[in-house]
Design a protein around this ligand. Structure first.
Ligand code: CA
Length: 725
């Protein structure tokens, strides 16, 4: 049945390509990986010439995409309409540049006066001629390779900020680096985190009033979240706001957050949350709301996830799972809205914040819109953070509704898994993750790359803190019988698996209901872009980059890029020609942690692609390379080894090695030899690739037990792959 679905999907994809007259024939790669037709574009008078006036007027600056979400409002909407629902048949590849790794690519390109600035996996930066793809410069921050083991969700990077002749990038090992926009030379570098702790940075910095705003990631591994502002010229720290209280015994931090933490947050925390930092990382959304001169900051989940372990099961735990409004000059607290008080599911509010003016009950309101992980679409008044409305944009079962008077959810029975295991939707990956959504003021719709991925939560009675490793306090057990899941355990597992879907939801934020929805066979679809040409662009995990009509959702165009696409596209204009650009390269948390047998091939390197009308370039030739066949040894292992190995495998390995992005352990040849295995796992022989040594966490016997378990997995896999279909 599943096979048939895939076949028909494949066939309809072919039909779609045929119907739209797409050129699908592939040309051999050109001698260089830059496929360009030089158009004589002039160099800008000054590289990276962005200031506050330009950012404030970015909406009318049609040639450019000056900041992460194009304008301060981060609507990811451009009025450009040369490429539109009538001309889309003529859209073709203008140029492409292959990247240096097949790790995930999440960056939105920034385009300033004909120059494109992107960040790529491992926090590298490139400047390219936006019309031709000619590489102007590259920068490698030379991260500590082993730091990859602290990256919950791949060594991705979501983009750069450009301000006053400089390009800014946050690195996976926690630095903020300023580069000369003309040359890529380093101007300054600041360490923004305690590098002994498992902090990482994957977010795009934002430039606001001469300051560069940057947060960090790492809640699952045990850190305390905060957001910082650095002076764009000198690199000096201007202010810092901690999102959760520290250990009261240590006294105030001397930070912008001191008063708000003491008065508002501290009374909402219990137990000894500080031992694991409490979480609350600011790892993605920051927008500048110019109308009220405030920064709106999305705050993440708790560390550990389980509220009972984090805070004795008591209190709201401010400012977890909240939107914070701060003074951009001083970092002073203005207001907050907490979506999931006492969160216990990995429900972050770090998802994209988009500003808009909406007509609600006859009144024009300046609002923020957010589709956070918890599955509700929130419309909130920007002035004081008052909730206007909240309705589920995907199926969810943890709350009856959001009470508009109190702003608090009315939770369903056992949503907190206090009375035994509970299948909760959305699961920890969220109804919507970091993948950008977009808002088209002409259609009035928000285009959300949404998903349903259920997760079974159970209180982990044996939980022990592992600083620097995965900390949830949750056991991910077999699904219990419920209204949604029936039958024997294996049937319930299959039903749960079948719930995994993606959706492109065209959401009406005023009516709080979908106008139309496209169902996808898989979750973790790419970010969206919408334009004045009545178009929505989105990339998919199967490598398609597609365009639909923004008003109706009708499929209009698609292009096969041979690598899964997650990143948000951008559009811009050079010499009167409109381009749409996107990065390809699959990964991120689902790419690392979710098994995916759909694709039997090693993902090719990532790519940056730009499209224009009558573009005639071709991608580099794609030769599918099969993933290695499992090759288990024929040694025998003891039951005790297999049991220990299973526990350690799920504690230490699966978060990075359970998906197609990183080497799959059930296919690695290292499993055949105890010495080779130990050299990698304990001695760090592959640290340069990002495989940290685990000698602080695992004994030699533990490592050998994991090898035993992996050999068992490999035998199972070999059996499945050789079995007749
Ligand atoms: Ca998280």
């Amino acid at each position: 049945m599943k096979q048939n679905n895939k076949l028909s999907l494949f066939l309809s994809a072919l039909l779609l390509i045929g119907a739209c007259g797409r050129k699908t024939e592939e040309q051999p790669a050109t001698p260089t990986n830059v496929i360009a037709a030089q158009t004589g574009v002039k160099a800008p008078k000054r590289y990276g010439d962005v200031d506050q006036a330009r950012l404030s007027n970015a909406g009318a600056d049609l040639d450019n995409w000056l900041s992460y979400g194009r304008t301060n409002a981060e609507q990811r909407y451009s009025p450009l309409d040369q490429i539109n629902d009538e001309t889309i048949d003529e859209l073709g590849l203008a140029w492409s540049v292959e990247l240096d790794t097949n790790r995930g690519q999440e960056a939105t390109p920034i385009i300033v006066d004909g120059v494109m600035y992107i960040s790529t996996a491992w926090s590298k930066v490139m400047a390219l001629d936006a019309a031709t793809g000619k590489v102007l410069w590259k920068f490698d921050p030379e991260n500590i390779g082993a730091k990859a083991a602290h990256a919950c969700c791949d060594v991705v990077n979501r983009g750069v900020a450009v301000w006053n002749g400089k390009v800014f990038v946050g690195t996976i090992d926690g630095r903020l680096i300023a580069l000369d926009a003309a040359t890529g030379a380093k101007v300054w570098e600041k360490i923004t985190v305690d590098q002994e702790k498992p902090y990482t940075i994957t977010m795009a910095p934002r430039a606001v009033k001469g300051k560069i705003i940057i947060g960090n990631s790492g809640a699952e591994l045990g850190v305390r979240g905060y957001v910082s502002a650095y002076d764009a010229e000198s690199g000096e720290l201007v202010w810092r706001f901690y999102t959760v209280p520290g250990n009261p015994a240590d006294g105030p931090d001397g930070a912008a957050s001191d008063d708000a933490l003491a008065e508002l947050a501290l009374p909402t925390w219990h137990g000894e949350w500080w031992t694991l930092g409490g979480g609350g990382t600011v790892w993605d959304s920051v927008v500048y709301d110019e109308a009220f001169d405030q920064l709106l900051v999305g705050v993440g989940n708790g560390a550990p996830w389980n509220h009972r372990y984090r805070s004795n099961g008591e209190g709201d735990n401010l400012f977890l799972s909240s939107i914070l409004a701060l003074d951009p000059d001083t970092g002073a607290y203005k207001w907050h809205y907490q979506a999931s008080p006492g969160e216990t599911w990995d429900y972050t509010n770090t998802q994209q914040i988009t500003l808009a003016e909406l007509e609600i009950d006859g009144e024009t309101r300046k609002v923020l819109m957010q589709a956070p992980k918890n599955g509700f679409f929130y419309v909130i008044d920007c002035k004081e953070g008052k909730l206007i409305s909240a309705e589920p944009y995907v199926y969810q079962n943890w709350a009856e509704r959001i009470d508009l008077e109190t702003g608090r959810p009315v939770e369903t029975a056992n949503a907190r898994y206090l009375d035994g295991p509970q299948m909760v939707l959305p699961g920890g990956i969220g109804g919507h993750a970091w993948h950008p959504m977009s808002f088209n003021p002409e259609t009035g719709l928000v285009y959300i790359p949404a998903m349903t991925v259920p997760l079974v939560y159970a209180h982990n009675h044996d939980y022990e803190i592992h600083p620097g490793r995965w900390n949830t306090g949750v056991s991910f057990t077999d699904p219990p019988a419920s209204a949604e899941l029936k039958g024997a355990p294996e049937e319930r597992r299959a039903q749960m698996q079948a719930m995994q879907k993606g959706y492109l939801v065209a959401w009406d934020p005023v009516k709080q209901e979908p106008r139309w929805t496209i169902e996808r066979d898989w979750p973790w679809n790419g970010g969206t872009l919408t334009t004045g040409g009545n178009l929505v662009f989105e990339g998919l995990p199967n490598g398609e980059f597609e365009a639909r009509s923004a008003d109706s959702g009708k499929a209009l165009w698609s292009f096969q890029s041979h690598r899964g696409i997650m990143a948000g596209p951008a559009t811009y204009r050079v010499d009167g020609e409109q381009y749409v650009a996107v990065l390809g390269g699959y990964g991120g948390s689902m790419g690392m942690a979710t098994p995916d047998d759909r694709n039997r091939f090693v993902p090719p390197n990532g790519i940056v692609m730009a499209f224009k009308l009558n573009g005639e370039a071709s991608l580099p030739a794609y030769e599918p390379v099969a993933r290695p066949a499992p090759s288990p040894s024929d040694e025998s292992f003891t039951e005790a080894q297999l049991e220990t190995g299973r526990d350690q495998y799920f504690t230490y390995c699966t978060i990075c090695h359970n998906g197609p992005t990183n080497p799959e352990l059930n296919r690695t040849p290292y499993m055949q030899n105890a010495d080779a295995w130990r050299a990698v796992v304990i001695d760090g022989a592959l640290e340069h690739n990002g495989m940290a040594n685990f000698r602080d966490y695992l004994s030699n016997d533990d490592a050998e037990a994991i090898r035993a378990y992996v050999n068992m997995l490999a035998r199972d896999l070999a059996e499945r792959e050789t079995a007749p279909q």
